[in-house]
Every structure is written in C-alpha cells, then in structure tokens.
Design a protein around this ligand. Structure first.
Ligand SMILES: *[C@@H]1O[C@H](CO)[C@@H](O)[C@H](O)[C@H]1NC(C)=O
Ligand SMILES: *[C@@H]1O[C@H](CO)[C@@H](O)[C@H](O)[C@H]1NC(C)=O
Ligand SMILES: *[C@@H]1O[C@H](CO)[C@@H](O)[C@H](O)[C@H]1NC(C)=O
Length: 265
C-alpha cells in the first residue's frame, strides 16, 4: 500500500502540472456553449482476459493481447473509454471537434500504453467508417462530445487517466476476495456492493457469453464525483472473472496476477 500511495502522489503531481501547463480552463470556457449538454460520465473499464479471449487471430505489433510478458499494464482492469451520457439511456456521439492528433497527447503516451492499452489491431470508426486506432475512435465518438467538461484531446485523455488512477476497481475486488478464476463464480451483488462501499456509488457490470465479466463501469457527475450508473446490468446473479491468458508467448498469466493479490490481501 505504501508504494501504491507514493505512486499516486507522484502521478497526481505530474498530472496536475501538465494540466495547468495545458491551460485546460481556457478550453473549457471557449467550448462550453458549442458542445452537446450531457448529464454524466461513464468510465468503462475492460477486463482484458475477457476481451483477449475472442481476439486470437488478430496479433499485430500494437495489440496488447499479444504483448505477453512485455505488457506494461497493471494486472487488472484497463480503460476502455470515458463516455458522456444522457440520463435517459442514450448518449451523444461523434460531435464536432478537432481530428484526433496523437502529438497532442504526447506527454500522456506512456500512461496511455499502460492504463489504456490497445487490445486490438485496427478499429473501424463508428463516426465515419474509416480505419482508426482505438484511441482515435474513443476521441471521435466520445471525446468530441465531452469537451465542455474536459477541454481538448489532452484534457479528455488526462481526465480518463486521472479517474482510472483514483478509482482502482481491481484493488477493490481483490480486497473483497473476488479473485480471477476459471472455475469459481461470484454473486454479482458482491462485486457491486464492494465497489459501492469503496466509491459510494453504484457501478454497472457488463457481461458477455452470459456470465463472464467484460466490463465494470463507474459513473461520475460532470464535477467528476462518483454517482450512480443508470443503465441496468447485463450480468446474471452469478458471474465469472476469468484468468488472464495473453495470446502469444504469454508467460505473464496467473503468477503475474497472484503477485498483485498478495500485495492486497
Ligand atoms: C435523451 O436526452 C437527450 C438530451 O436531453 C435528447 O437529445 C435525446 O433525444 C433523448 N433520447 C431519447 C431516446 O429519449
Ligand atoms: C458505416 O457502414 C455501415 C455498413 O456498411 C452503414 O450502415 C453505416 O451507415 C455507415 N456509417 C457511416 C457513418 O458512414
Ligand atoms: C490497482 O491495484 C492493483 C492491486 O493492488 C495494483 O496491482 C495495480 O497496479 C493498481 N492499478 C493502478 C492503476 O494503480
């Protein structure tokens, strides 16, 4: 825990410095009136073990599922996206805004590779059907509609990273003794109440193939405080959290995760 807190402090200092230097407040004022008014944010966190289990044949240099022991990600949930949402269950997407430009987030790239790894090869953009990187697609679909709160691309990706670093779902679940397993199931209610107790807001669980956890979603007010998610869960009463098995040459599987379990429980 000690080294974890130290890391957090260092990261906060680093990020707040960057934030200030980037003048996020200025962007906020200039774009406030143009962007769609949404109600809250969803931070979607994906369980790479589930995502990677269905992407076997898609290894390319940037595919984090194929990184095996070279993966720099912490063992656990990684970021899928930060999504603006309406209370009625729909959401704004593909708003007007600057085209994705990776040079704008250069100072964040190390953190992006670690915490927001690309787990596929090329994605098809849902805004214009062009082949796009995962990050570009998240920016075009969701980031462009978030700028009234987050500011530009830099502010958007930084906001998601900051929330992810502050609200560690993996740690909360490990503490609640929900450990990855290919045989055990856990009551959804146990996962939900562990997260709710830790962050004081009800999360949303998302499953695939019936009971396999694909994502945990945390919701936030536009002031970036935890709030209840509104969408119903897609998971049954009992769920599975499969073990990691990276696609090719993966040696970083159980042992890797177990080392994290030991530091928590
Ligand atoms: C949801 O609310 C937004 C914002 O008020 C509105 O633009 C949209 O049409 C609504 N969608 C549905 C399906 O009701
Ligand atoms: C993308 O392609 C699909 C199928 O080809 C089509 O239905 C859809 O309208 C296209 N979307 C855009 C934004 O061009
Ligand atoms: C979240 O907690 C786990 C377990 O303590 C740890 O291994 C991981 O590095 C943490 N993630 C982040 C982003 O700090």
């Amino acid at each position: 825990m000690a080294s974890y807190s130290t890391t957090m402090i260092l990261l906060s200092v680093l990020f707040s410095g960057l934030l200030y230097a980037n003048g996020r407040a200025v962007d906020l004022v200039s774009t406030l009136t143009q962007q769609s008014q949404f109600d809250f944010f969803t931070l979607a966190l994906q369980w790479p073990a589930t995502f990677c289990s269905t992407h076997e044949n898609k290894c390319c240099p940037e595919n984090g599922c194929c990184a095996g022991e070279h993966s720099q990600s912490p063992p656990g949930f990684t970021i899928h996206g930060l999504w603006p949402d309406y209370k009625n269950g729909s959401w704004p997407s593909c708003c007007e805004g600057a085209a994705y430009d990776e040079s704008k987030i250069a100072p964040l790239l190390d953190a992006m590779h670690k915490y927001w790894p690309i787990l596929s090869c090329n994605d098809i953009s849902s805004c214009n059907n062009k082949t796009n990187s995962f990050w570009a697609d998240q920016w075009e679909q969701h980031g462009t509609c978030s700028t009234s709160v987050t500011g530009d691309q830099y502010g958007y990706f930084l906001t998601a990273l900051e929330l992810y670093l502050k609200y560690n779902v993996t740690e909360v679940l490990l503490q609640a003794k929900v450990k990855p397993s290919n045989s055990n199931t856990y009551p959804s209610a146990v996962l939900i109440s562990a997260i709710e107790n830790a962050f004081h807001a009800k999360p949303q669980l998302d499953c695939k193939n019936g009971d396999v956890i694909k994502e945990v979603r945390l919701c936030f007010t536009k002031d970036l405080q935890p709030r209840e998610c509104v969408e119903p869960t897609s998971c049954p009463a009992n769920v599975r959290l499969p073990k990691f098995a990276f696609l090719e040459g993966a040696t970083k599987t159980e042992d890797w995760l177990l080392s994290a379990v030991k530091t928590v429980v």
